[in-house]
Design a protein around this ligand. Structure first.
Ligand SMILES: NC(=O)c1ccc[n+]([C@@H]2O[C@H](COP(=O)([O-])OP(=O)(O)OC[C@H]3O[C@@H](n4cnc5c(N)ncnc54)[C@H](OP(=O)(O)O)[C@@H]3O)[C@@H](O)[C@H]2O)c1
Length: 331
């Protein structure tokens, strides 16, 4: 099979197209032919081995060289073969999954427990846009944020991968939604269901008399203390991400929020979609919302597989409107 292999930590130029043996599914695993993948900040954090602090953490990406050499945490495709003991899937089934890696290859062998049936009303390309970004939005709003119908929610970074799902999910859950994005994406964010849009180029969303029950912060553009000031007394601030850096960022915002938490009336928390112990349930919830027409992936650009490093470089610029998808055409 063909796959983009990460030679060493560094730029997208370190992703090299190679011919490898097609994996054989072990017991409990399913071999999937990847039809599409999508690019997430998670992929280029692993590609660069940054923030470097993460290399020192247990379960980190590898101290000197990458432990994961085939990146790609989002995947949609078709079951090719199943290993011993797999009962839920058979060859030909359409599936999608949130993986640690492997989506940047032609085939990937996946534990059965991580796979979900692809929503019937999405193409492979649309389905590949869902897992990481939408699971993060769902975890941040519902599991971490405890979102309830009727609450006022502000989403910072509303036009990005996570944000474009978060606006739709919050709306579907019965919240009143304010989305913060650049002016060129205001119409997009409104069309996803935001009741109000704040253009960060002309207004500072933390300078307002309004108070929110939940602020989901995927952009990290304002200090944590400023974001806290726009919360209700028992409001929740959820850090999803923020500007990337070589050594610590965006983890610094997460530490700041967690350190403030014991001293304030609000709840300051961190969404973690990467510790995916409930991914299957999250994908099932998302499939329901998608099949009911309440959530639709927003795709900014599609690239053929041969141009995957260019797709990663584009996503890394941080201004995609929705998701950057890579299709398994043009091998
Ligand atoms: N905790 C987790 O488990 C988890 C999981 C997934 C992602 N993340 C993190 O969450 C963050 C967002 O991920 P993503 O996939 O949504 O990234 P993305 O698709 O690159 O989106 C980033 C968005 O931020 C917006 N933005 C940039 N500057 C802004 C500002 N000053 N104010 C408001 N919005 C601004 C951009 O919009 P413009 O083009 O208008 O600037 C863009 O739409 C990243 O830091 C990522 O690492 C964390």
């Amino acid at each position: 099979m063909k796959a983009f292999v990460l030679r060493a930590y560094g730029s997208p130029g370190q992703l090299e197209l190679r011919e490898l043996d097609t994996p054989v599914p072990a017991a409990g695993e399913v071999l999937v032919r990847v039809r599409a993948t999508s690019v997430n900040p998670y992929d280029w954090h692993l590609m660069r081995g940054e923030p470097r602090l993460a290399r020192l953490m247990p379960g980190g990406p590898g101290l000197r060289r990458p432990d994961i050499t085939i990146l790609g945490c989002d995947m949609a495709g078709q079951v090719e073969a199943v290993g011993p003991g797999v009962a839920r899937f058979k060859p030909g089934d359409d599936v999608y999954a949130l993986l640690t890696g492997g989506g940047f290859g032609e085939y990937v062998s996946v534990p059965e427990s991580l796979l979900a049936e692809k929503p019937w009303n999405l193409s492979y390309e649309q389905a590949a846009a869902v897992p990481m970004a939408a699971v993060t939005a769902l975890v941040g709003l519902c599991d971490t944020g405890g979102l309830r119908p009727g609450q006022a929610v502000l989403i910072n970074g509303a036009s990005g991968g996570v944000g474009s799902f978060a606006v739709q999910i919050a709306r579907a859950m019965g919240a009143t939604v304010t989305g913060v994005c650049g002016g060129r994406n205001a119409d997009l964010v409104r069309s996803l269901g935001a009741d109000e849009v704040v253009d960060y180029q002309t207004r500072d969303f933390t300078r307002t008399d309004r108070r929110y029950d939940l602020v989901l912060d995927a952009a990290g553009s304002r200090p944590v203390s400023a974001c806290r000031r726009i919360l209700t007394r028992r409001g929740v601030f959820v850090v999803v991400g923020g500007p990337a850096g070589r050594w610590v960022r965006p983890a610094d915002r997460m530490f700041t929020a967690l350190l403030q938490n014991p001293f304030v009336s609000q709840r300051m928390a961190v969404a973690d979609a990467v510790a995916r112990d409930q991914t299957k349930q999250h994908l099932a919830t998302l499939t329901e919302l998608i099949e009911a027409g309440k959530v639709i992936p927003v795709i900014d650009r599609e690239y053929p597989f041969a141009e995957l490093p260019t797709a990663v470089a584009y996503q890394e610029q941080g201004h995609a409107a929705g998701k950057v998808v890579v299709t398994a055409t043009g091998w």
